[in-house]
Ligand binder design. Structure first.
Ligand code: NDP
Length: 251
């Protein structure tokens, strides 16, 4: 699916929520999904960044109507009622959600577990893992209104094989793989499919933070890894469920 060629109307009529749209992979995914016909719900924590992206998406539609909704939301929120209010905000604009890309994430401090501050652990686990549970719980009623919804979690290579000093980030991604599998099993008698994407090393702010020694120009761009993001969001992947897939070949 790394070379998947999406038809131009792949996502026509679908409404997709993307978390973490202010930069990196999430921003490009939002633009890409809109380009292929989706209405997009943009979740981020900075109003001006959301509005700038919304304006850009509209300017890229060349006359086609793309419905957008900006949701300013900080995934550090731990009050479930805020997640319910978010779902209600979306329900006032859209009858159903056909896609949920759980992309937002933080790296946290890279250091040995022995020295990891509890506050650091709690923040990374909350944003990368717990917030996704709360989002799924709040949004499942809207996802159930879709004829064929797709939930995509975002994993990582260090969520499959532990690596020294990647501490809370790596462990949050191991748990993300677990959450994806558990939810997929629970959704097996529904029309909702659940999968995960490991983007692989991608030229973004997070990767630059994690690997400042690396030449970013040698890395794939977010745009180059979009084929898998499109495949898993569109109906061509209707048989794909409970899988964790790589968006690019191993380096
Ligand atoms: P970026 O740092 O560019 O993007 C992360 C996004 O998450 C930003 O939009 C950021 O928003 C958002 N975010 C962080 N914290 C919060 C929060 N509390 N509330 C709302 N949004 C938040 O990184 P990438 O694009 O690289 O990362 C995207 C996903 O891909 C992550 O899950 C990451 O773990 C995963 N990944 C990336 C790899 C890579 O090589 N790039 C490799 C493997 C996995 P803000 O700008 O407001 O901080």
């Amino acid at each position: 699916m790394l070379n998947y060629k999406a038809p131009e109307n792949l996502l026509a009529g679908k409404t997709i929520l993307i978390t973490g749209v202010s930069s990196g992979i999430g921003r490009v995914a939002a633009q890409t999904y809109a380009h292929y016909g989706a209405n997009v719900v943009l979740l981020g924590r900075c109003s001006s960044t959301l509005q700038a992206l919304e304006t850009q998406i509209h300017s890229e539609q060349h006359g086609r109507v793309c419905n957008t909704l900006c949701c300013r939301f900080d995934l550090q929120e731990n009050d479930y009622s805020a997640y319910q209010a978010l779902a209600e905000q979306i329900a006032t604009r859209f009858n159903a959600l056909d896609g949920l890309l759980l992309n937002a994430g933080i790296l946290g401090q890279l250091q040995p577990l022995e020295h990891l501050p509890l506050s650091e652990w709690q923040q990374v686990l909350h944003v990368n893992l717990t917030a996704n549970l709360l989002l799924v719980q709040a949004l499942l009623p809207l996802l159930r209104q879709s004829q064929a919804a797709s939930i995509i979690f975002t994993s990582s290579g260090v969520g499959r094989k532990g690596r020294a000093n990647w501490g809370s980030y790596a462990i949050s991604k191991f748990a993300t793989e677990g959450m994806m599998q558990v939810l997929a099993d629970e959704m097996s008698d529904t029309t909702i499919r659940v999968n995960a994407i490991n983007p692989g090393a991608t030229r973004t702010r997070m990767r630059a933070l994690a690997r400042p020694d690396e030449d970013p120009l040698r890395l794939k761009t977010a745009a180059e890894i979009m084929p898998l993001y499109l495949y898993l969001m569109g109906d061509d992947s209707s048989d794909c469920h409970g899988q964790s897939l790589d968006a690019q070949p191993a380096r």
